[in-house]
Design a protein around this ligand. Sequence first.
Ligand SMILES: [Zn+2]
Ligand SMILES: [Zn+2]
Length: 211
Amino acid sequence: SSSDSLQPLESSISDEERFKDVASLTLQCPSCQQKFLFGGIVASKRYQMSYSGLQCSSCQHTFAPLQMSAQLESAIRSHISMYYAGYLVCDDSTCGNNTRQISVFGKRCLSENCMGVMRYRYTDKQLYNQLLYFESLFDVEKNKKDALKPLYRPDHPDAPEAKIPTSQLLALGEQNRELFQVMSSVVQKYLANCARRFVDMDAIFAFAVAN
Ligand SMILES: [Zn+2]
Ligand SMILES: [Zn+2]
């Protein structure tokens, strides 16, 4: 039932497992236009969390909070609109091909050189889980515990060679707490709407069952 999707997930499930099917958050540097996957306070070849916020590793630009939150909000909105549109989406997170078109080759992605598979997005549970994933990226405690879903598999060419040392991770978490709270509140606004819709559906079904 729809209420099942709102049950708190087992705390024993790691974020890596819980969020295995979610799309990554892609951000773009407003200065040099480099696109990169954002995975919280983790080692990356494309960006770094500094004591004064998110910094592009390509041009050293430090994002203003609004440059970060506007992109997060835009990503959330695109996921919500895909949910409503019933689009197919490529399962390769670096591809980003969204279409209503079905390939004559079955479910293969039609983007050039992409080996991804097109899937329907979304179930309401997937959308909810996607929003929870975005929220997790800005969870200071989770970041400090190094408990976020890794951005890359260890054998991926973009996988960083070393992790951020724990003492640095703890300090960066605290220094970015205010920024992360702003980012987190952006996600929570949509999570609340998402949850309310499920509750509304429960109310409708309860009425139907009662009659
Ligand atoms: Zn840049
Ligand atoms: Zn693709």
